[in-house]
Design a protein. Structure first.
Length: 182
């Protein structure tokens, strides 16, 4: 199978990660699982531990909350046939929370798009099939506070950039995949 880039979008608990993991498990070769979550509290630490325990022991995990492109590029080895990035949503949170408190929308968008460009550059240099997971956050209400609006807009732009570069885009609803680009 030639390498392919698949973006998997959907809402919270729509089945995005399970779908990405099932797709990766169906391929031959090593899997590099790129986790972007940071354990800011006990509940998040428990979620991370649960996710980690559910993955096959043969998969290699790379924790990359920021500077994801460089981290993946450094971790790619010839045995990596598949990369799963879970998820851009938390990467966006990490990037925006690392900015100065009064950053504007353009600063937020540019910081996240720089991460996305670095991720796409790592994909271009790899021979692996990639599954990238991200939430679609543009279907809800307009956030009531500036950071929420910056987050929604930056993630929306990041998802657009990823979708444009992707070979396939899958939208998950209630655990059901709908291919919207192939």
């Amino acid at each position: 199978m030639r390498k392919q880039f698949t973006l998997i979008l959907g809402g919270a608990r729509s089945g995005k990660s399970s779908y990405a993991e099932a797709q990766a498990a169906a391929l031959d070769g090593g899997v590099l699982y790129v986790a972007t979550a940071e354990a800011w509290d006990e509940e998040m630490a428990a979620r991370i531990a649960a996710h980690r325990s559910q993955r096959p022991a043969t998969w290699r995990t790379l924790e990359a909350p920021r500077q994801i492109g460089a981290a993946i590029a450094a971790a790619l080895t010839p045995d990596v046939a598949c990369v799963v990035v879970d998820c851009i949503t938390l990467l966006a949170s990490n990037v925006l929370l690392s900015l100065p408190e009064k950053s504007d929308e353009a600063t937020a968008a540019n910081a996240l798009l720089a991460e996305i460009d670095a991720l796409l550059a790592a994909y271009a240099q790899s021979n692996a099939t990639w599954f990238v997971v991200s939430n679609e956050v543009g279907l809800g209400i307009v956030p009531a506070y500036p950071l929420g609006r910056h987050y929604r807009d930056a993630l929306g732009r990041a998802n657009q950039r990823l979708a444009a570069a992707a070979d396939r885009v899958v939208f998950m609803v209630a655990g059901l995949p709908m291919t919207i680009k192939s």
